[in-house]
Design a protein around this ligand. Structure first.
Ligand code: TYM
Length: 323
């Protein structure tokens, strides 16, 4: 199964990234799976050059520590495969200004920044290039990427109608639980690298003590009735979904086993520690060998380029570029 997905090197991975996306990546890995660290996307943010370099290698270490295996799938760096930026221009000439202005993430992020970068606006087209270059059938992502996936499908269909059958039309896939992990302090907002406070997000590098503290302090309501209901109990429902995505029960089944919030929180903290502690340990081991991390990226870029080249040339030719 041809799979493609991506993640920005914009800071330490949090529980939302891990449960919403990376756990799915690990499950879906196969020789036809391509996973991309999207450093070009991270340039839409104001990250210093040294920070971007560090975060790129550290994200690779996190991905490997989470269970991705370069013998089973391809991990690569977006900027090392030049076809991503090249196809993006072609697709900018297929996407419309109107549809890009309707992107919720752009509206949210743009409205928070004065003088935001133009790349923040065209970003979803670069994401469409990432996906379409690999003829991906499935794209495992969290719920917040749903609209970008719809746009990708629309661009692919429009291109195929106008220039002839060129791209596979991909399908986004979300996990059954934890497709949208919410902020532990503000459970009506999603957990996010940039917006959430320290207490609002669990990081893959958190110590067991930190994890315990964050889960115990997670905001819930006061009526102590363990019930899965997003309308009236967003904080509690978020905890139940997190639990459910690790234990593979439904959130309702988890809820049935508890009478008090405190007991649920205690157990959830332990379940999370058991999941995260070994990842943190492996992460520091991988991080100790930056030469190996660079080698992995270069090897991945070679494999990815071989696929991307063919698709790019097909698209360029279809549009009438001489090549
Ligand atoms: P990014 O880097 O913000 O997030 C990476 C993945 O984590 C998921 N995610 C979440 N899932 C559940 N709950 C949350 N609170 C949460 N926060 C983040 C995201 O849905 C994503 O799957 N535009 C993308 C990166 C990208 C991409 C691509 C993805 C670029 N090209 C091609 C797929 C295919 C982004 O900014 O993800």
């Amino acid at each position: 199964m041809r799979v493609l997905s991506g993640i920005q090197p914009s800071g330490t991975m949090h529980l939302g990234n891990y449960l919403g996306a990376i756990k799915q990546w690990v499950r879906a890995q196969n020789p036809e799976a391509y996973y991309c660290i999207v450093d070009l996307h991270a340039l839409t943010l104001d990250i210093s050059p040294t920070q971007l370099q560090e975060q790129t290698l550290s994200l690779l270490a996190e991905l490997l520590a989470s269970g991705l295996d370069v013998e089973e799938c391809t991990i690569f760096l977006q900027s090392q495969v030049s076809y991503h930026a090249q196809l993006s221009w072609l697709l900018e000439c297929v996407a419309t200004y109107g549809e890009l202005t309707r992107m919720t993430q752009f509206k949210e992020k743009g409205s928070r920044q004065e003088g935001f970068r133009a790349g923040l606006f065209t970003y979803p087209v670069l994401m469409a290039s990432d996906i379409l270059l690999y003829d991906a059938q499935e794209v495992p992502v969290g719920d917040d990427q749903r609209q970008h996936l719809e746009l990708t499908r629309n661009i692919a269909e429009r291109f195929n109608n106008r220039y002839g059958e060129t791209f596979k039309v991909p399908r986004g896939v979300q996990p059954p639980s934890a497709a949208r992990v919410m902020d532990l302090q503000e459970p009506t907002n999603k957990m996010s690298k940039s917006v959430s406070s320290d207490l609002g997000k669990v990081l893959l590098t958190d110590s067991p003590k930190d994890i315990e503290k964050k889960i115990k302090k997670a905001v819930t309501d006061n009526d102590n009735d363990v019930h899965y209901d997003w309308e009236t109990k967003p904080g509690l429902s978020n905890l139940l979904e997190i639990y459910s995505s690790i234990s593979s029960e439904t959130p309702q089944q988890v809820a049935q086993r508890y009478e008090r919030y405190g007991d649920l929180k205690n157990d959830l903290a332990q379940v999370l520690i058991a999941e995260i502690e070994p990842i943190t340990k492996r992460y520091f081991e991988y991080l100790n060998d930056p030469a190996e991390l660079s080698r992995i990226l270069h090897q991945g870029a070679q494999k990815a380029s071989a696929v991307a080249k063919g698709t790019y040339e097909r698209a360029a030719k279809a549009m009438g570029l001489l090549g």
